[in-house]
Design a protein around this ligand. Structure first.
Ligand SMILES: CC(C)(COP(=O)(O)OP(=O)(O)OC[C@H]1O[C@@H](n2cnc3c(N)ncnc32)[C@H](O)[C@@H]1OP(=O)(O)O)[C@@H](O)C(=O)NCCC(=O)NCCS
Length: 280
């Protein structure tokens, strides 16, 4: 396409990206804590302009290195998405190599995204599966020997350590994401054993219902009832606030979490999203 410019975004591009996200007919926005527009200041956010008008954008900021997720892809209605996707991906790929990124992941939240990812060399690596709880929290007994308290801002560095010890790199959250998540949460708690933080959960609630967004226990403290206690306490808290439905998602191959959710009465909803990976 003549007069096509592909370049990294700058903070001044917020309005262009905002317009593109509003008008795009193809729009992939990752299930994210950090709003898409905030990412224009991050590395690996590329925009394509035709005659100075925004036509498409693609973002995969490292978070945390060496991992990145595709957080935004949007293409304007009049554009055939394939060529612009390829142009943006080629530009992003070149830059990613210089940043020592090892793997870029993406969820395919809509079917049209899968052929674009496959065509760019991504392959399916996992699936995100959804569960739902509609139980009665009153019947879930607390284990009083396990101490749960509200998360505080000064816990966040320890929360990050737990997170990075418990999760494989693809699923780890950076301190930036954890900080944003805790600020946006309705209920965030930690579990302490002898003064050390060994587990945490972060939950949200809105008119649509409550969601257990994050749960992790240090590997050396797993299978001791900590994860269960964090979830039971959350379900009881959220039920007292009037919610009778709680959702959670996990990875298809994460059997420990699925056993835990099943044991507490969560049921699979059948909703699932493929997860793709591109390895350098
Ligand atoms: C999932 C996770 C939070 C569970 O925490 P935990 O403290 O080990 O869980 P609990 O000890 O409370 O286990 C409660 C129940 O869950 C089930 N369960 C948990 N881990 C299990 C495993 N590895 N194998 C089989 N069942 C398991 C069991 O039914 C268990 O009860 P039991 O020990 O009496 O049999 C923990 O494994 C973890 O941090 N994993 C990595 C991060 C993660 O996957 N988070 C959730 C993703 S959304």
């Amino acid at each position: 396409m003549a007069n096509l410019t592909v370049r990294p975004t700058t903070p001044a591009d917020r309005e262009l990206v905002s317009a593109l996200l509003t008008t795009a007919n193809l729009r992939h926005v990752h299930l994210d804590w950090v709003p898409a527009l905030e990412l224009v200041e991050d590395p690996l956010f590329m925009i394509a302009l035709h005659n100075d008008l925004p036509r498409a954008c693609l973002a995969a900021p490292p978070d945390p290195l060496p991992i990145a997720w595709i957080r935004v892809f949007a293409a304007a209605p009049e554009d055939p998405h394939g060529p612009l996707w390829q142009t943006l991906w080629a530009g992003l790929h070149e830059r990613a190599k210089t940043l020592e990124i090892k793997t870029i992941y993406s969820l395919a939240l809509q079917p049209w995204f899968e052929p674009l990812l496959s065509g760019a060399g991504f392959s399916m690596a996992n699936e995100v599966v959804f569960y739902e709880w509609r139980g009665s929290a009153g019947v879930l007994a607390r284990n009083e020997r396990i101490s749960i308290r509200r998360m505080r801002p000064d816990d966040l560095l320890h929360v990050e350590q737990v997170d990075h010890s418990a999760f494989a790199p693809a699923w780890q959250n950076s301190i930036r994401t954890l900080t944003t998540a805790s600020k946006l949460s309705t209920y965030a708690t930690v579990c302490e054993v002898e003064g050390d933080l060994v587990g945490y959960q972060i939950s949200t609630a809105s008119a649509l219902g409550a969601h257990l967004a994050r749960l992790a226990v240090l590997p050396e403290f797993q299978r001791q009832g900590v994860g269960r206690e964090l979830v039971v306490d959350m379900l009881r808290h959220i039920s007292r606030r009037g919610f009778d439905r709680v959702t959670v998602n996990t990875q298809a191959d994460n059997l420990s979490s699925q056993y835990l959710y099943n044991s507490l009465g969560f049921e699979p909803t059948g909703q699932h999203y493929p997860m793709y990976a591109y390895t350098f």
